[in-house]
Design a protein around this ligand. Structure first.
Ligand code: NAG
Ligand code: NAG
Ligand code: NAG
Ligand code: NAG
Ligand code: NAG
Ligand code: NAG
Ligand code: NAG
Ligand code: NAG
Length: 264
């Protein structure tokens, strides 16, 4: 008998609950996701962990979350990723893949049947540097005043610098005379991040009538990046009365090589 009364009360209670949950219209989540944790690891696949908004602020079942982020000073497009919520409304974890050595701003909002709810306070993270992953751009080689060779290049593309460029390495190979075979460390450069300035280097005293092959790599705190394609400059035989004065060669780092010279 007593059991039946309890069952009846339970039934009524369930009906009331049913009524209240169905008659209260849903609205946007009025609070942000909580306990957001962003870890920075040594690689730049970053785990983000968070909990749903407080129960009283969800205003309906949370279906998904929109994660919005952008980068600075490497300006990345505003990215929004939508992540499914866990069905039991527990914490969620999601991995974003970011550019190396950049500052990112993140906000997360919970999405319910009505739409996108309140954003979290912005969170900031700085990603770790990694070695440059592309070579410098456009190597220019110019035979200069007969005893010097001028080299010039631009830093790697902004998103390939991956850290503050602190120096460049020039690889020089002489052929057929193996003169000046060496790696030159160019560290007298201005260090801005991201680097944009053209860098020039004047190589003194090349051997006459020889071929020199050059390639250049960028260096940051994490290591040396890839070398540019090789570019060759031929020096001229000593011939005081007939020596060309103005020889230049330039290349787009591939195969074109163009000589311009003027003899006396
Ligand atoms: C969220 O963080 C607060 C304060 O740090 C803590 O008291 C609470 O237990 C955390 N909640 C969850 C679900 O981890
Ligand atoms: C940013 O968006 C523009 C236009 O949609 C696109 O052309 C460009 O490739 C995007 N840049 C990056 C880094 O995703
Ligand atoms: C953010 O959430 C809304 C609501 O679900 C969705 O329509 C929108 O596509 C999401 N934004 C992105 C870029 O995924
Ligand atoms: C990120 O921002 C901080 C504070 O403004 C700054 O000190 C740091 O150099 C920035 N990091 C990068 C990679 O630009
Ligand atoms: C280049 O020279 C600088 C300054 O002397 C030095 O700190 C750096 O370690 C050198 N880099 C390499 C790759 O040898
Ligand atoms: C760095 O040194 C090289 C070789 O002496 C020179 O050609 C170049 O102009 C110098 N660069 C700067 C920025 O001083
Ligand atoms: C430089 O290389 C070119 C192409 O291989 C060759 O024709 C030329 O004879 C070489 N110059 C010298 C000085 O060896
Ligand atoms: C070499 O070329 C430059 C630029 O084309 C020119 O200004 C200079 O006068 C030339 N020098 C000689 C010795 O012809």
């Amino acid at each position: 008998m007593g059991n039946n009364v309890i069952l009846l009360q339970l039934l009524l209670c369930l009906i009331r609950l049913q009524i209240t949950t169905t008659i209260i219209p849903s609205s946007l989540a009025s609070g942000p996701p909580t306990n957001i944790t962003i870890l920075t690891l040594s690689d730049n696949t970053i785990p983000i962990d968070w909990f749903p908004p407080l129960a009283i602020e969800r205003n309906d079942i949370i279906l998904s979350y929109n994660i919005t982020y952008y980068g600075n000073p490497i300006d990345t497009n505003l990215t929004v990723e939508e992540v499914m919520a866990s069905p039991n409304q527990e914490n969620s974890i999601y991995y974003v893949i970011l550019e190396a050595y950049n500052n990112y701003t993140f906000v997360i909002s919970a999405v319910n049947s009505i739409g996108v709810g309140m954003e979290s306070e912005p969170m900031y993270i700085e990603t770790q540097p990694t070695a440059p992953d592309q070579p410098p751009q456009i190597l220019i080689v110019e035979f200069f005043e007969e005893t010097r060779i001028l080299l010039g290049w631009l830093p790697p593309l902004t998103e390939a610098q991956n850290g503050l460029i602190t120096s460049y390495i020039i690889q020089v190979v002489g052929n057929p005379f193996p003169s000046m075979n060496e790696f030159i460390n160019v560290s007298n450069i201005t260090t801005d991040y991201p680097a944009t300035d053209t860098v020039t280097y004047l190589l003194s005293g090349p051997e006459e009538f020889n071929n020199y092959t050059f390639s250049v790599a960028a260096v940051n705190s994490e290591g040396i990046g890839p070398y540019t394609n090789e570019l060759t400059q031929e020096t001229l035989p000593a011939a005081p009365d007939m020596s060309p004065r103005n020889v230049t060669a330039f290349s787009d780092t591939t195969t074109q090589l163009c000589y311009l010279y003027k003899s006396n």
